[in-house]
Structures are given as C-alpha cells and as structure tokens.
Design a protein around this ligand. Structure first.
Ligand code: C5P
Length: 223
C-alpha cells in the first residue's frame, strides 16, 4: 500500500456489468466495459487506500494491488458488497442489471420441435447503492453514478435523493458523446449543496480527481 492520504482507509468499489442467468449456459448482460470503475479503484489504491473491488464480468481487467471479488449477478454483487463492509467510503460504478430472469431454468433449455417458444419473465433486482446507503453499517461516504441521456443534472439530483447517497457522479451517455465504451468522460459532481461541471477528461483523470475529492472528504485535508 502506498503511503498516501488514504492510508488506513478501506474503500469499496463496484464495477462492470452483471450477468443475469437464463439457464446454466445463457445470460442477459449489458455493454459496460468496467473502465471507469477500474480506473477509480486504481486511483484510490494510488492514494494509499485498501480497496475491495467487486466486479462483474467486465472487459477491462481488474487493477493490481486491490482485493478483487468476482461476481456475476446483481444478487451476488449485493452479497459481496455487504460482506465487504465496514468501509470508509463506497463508490458504486457498476452497471447493475435492473431486472433478472424470474423463471431461471435449472437445466439448459432445449429447443423442441412443435413446442411453444420460451417466454422470459423478469423480476426486479436489488438496488445495491440504495441498500447500502440505508444500511446500518453505511460507510460515511457513499457515491453513486448516474448515466443519463437527457436532463442529466436534474435526473441525477433526483437520483441522489432517491438512493440516499452522498454524491452522484452524473454523465451524459447519449450515443453522440461516445462516452459509453469510450476512453473519456464528461461528468457533473452532485453533492448535497452543489453541482460541479467537470471538463471532458480521460476516464483515468476523472478517476484521479474523484479519488482526490474522496481523500479530501475523508481526511478533511485538501489534496
Ligand atoms: O438507477 P440507476 O441504475 O440509474 O442508478 C445508477 C447507480 O446506482 C449507479 O451508481 C449503480 O452502480 C447503482 N445501482 C446499484 N444497484 C442497482 C442499480 C443501480 O447499485 N440494482
């Protein structure tokens, strides 16, 4: 562990997509690369934090020097996040599937001539950010992300209240921005009393700035 301002602090980071099983060999997924969460875990590590990195099956490999907990489904991610507590801060950068398949099959579903096509029913997944924000063992600083395509700040402020977190990092993921899957991000940092518009920056730099803000918040000292 480096000897930075976050030495002695434990930070939980969730990252990547989740996979929601249909049967033992099929799943529903999303296009999250895990880039922003991975960059954040690395930046927090670089400031000396002990990082627990709970990740779904992302395309970006997890950073070295953090405790990696690999999960697949949202329910597994929630269990892993709860198991990681206590933490001094938690950052929820994962793109968690809102729904899982309700009628998950225990065996591989077979194509059978003359049989009706399968119909997938959905059930709502737990909201990990909201659950931990309202948990008895809530970390002192809880940060969520909000990917929006319109009214970015307004929607993110509403999300901050709804989820019960301290900060929301909001970004515009309209296809024209190239942010989803791209290497840059343009974010707004929304806190209880302020909205900061950050310039478009490489995701690594967004991560470094956010990690520095987290360090300031946890230590009371500007970085
Ligand atoms: O509601 P929405 O998915 O837009 O919220 C995004 C934020 O909530 C992100 O920080 C994401 O990691 C978190 N989230 C979660 N569990 C869910 C859905 C979202 O932790 N089931």
């Amino acid at each position: 562990l480096s000897d930075g301002p976050l030495k002695g602090k434990h930070v939980l980071v969730t990252s990547g997509p989740t996979h929601e099983p249909i049967d033992p060999v099929r799943y529903i997924a999303n296009r999250s690369s895990g880039q922003q969460g991975t960059a954040l875990a690395a930046a927090l590590r670089d400031l000396g934090a002990r990082v627990t990195f709970v990740t779904g099956p992302a395309t970006t490999p997890p950073p070295p020097g953090v405790t990696v907990v690999k999960i697949e489904s949202a329910r597994e991610m929630l269990a892993a996040a709860l198991a990681a507590l206590p933490a001094d801060a938690a950052v929820f950068a994962a793109a968690v599937a809102d729904w899982r398949v309700k009628n998950e099959a225990g065996q591989k579903m077979k194509k059978q001539a003359g049989q009706p096509l399968p119909v997938l029913e959905f059930a709502e997944n737990p909201d990990i950010l909201a659950t931990i924000s309202r948990h008895a063992g809530r970390p002192p600083l809880v940060v969520g992300f909000a990917a929006e395509t319109e009214k970015v700040v307004e929607h993110a402020q509403a999300k901050r209240a709804r989820k019960g977190c301290d900060w929301i990092v909001a970004n515009d993921v309209s296809p024209a921005t190239g942010i989803m899957g791209g290497s840059e991000n343009a974010v707004h940092l929304i806190t209880a009393g302020s909205v900061e518009d950050w310039p478009r920056l490489p995701k690594d730099e967004v991560a470094r700035r956010l990690a520095a803000r987290i360090a300031t918040e946890l230590t009371g000292k500007p970085q």
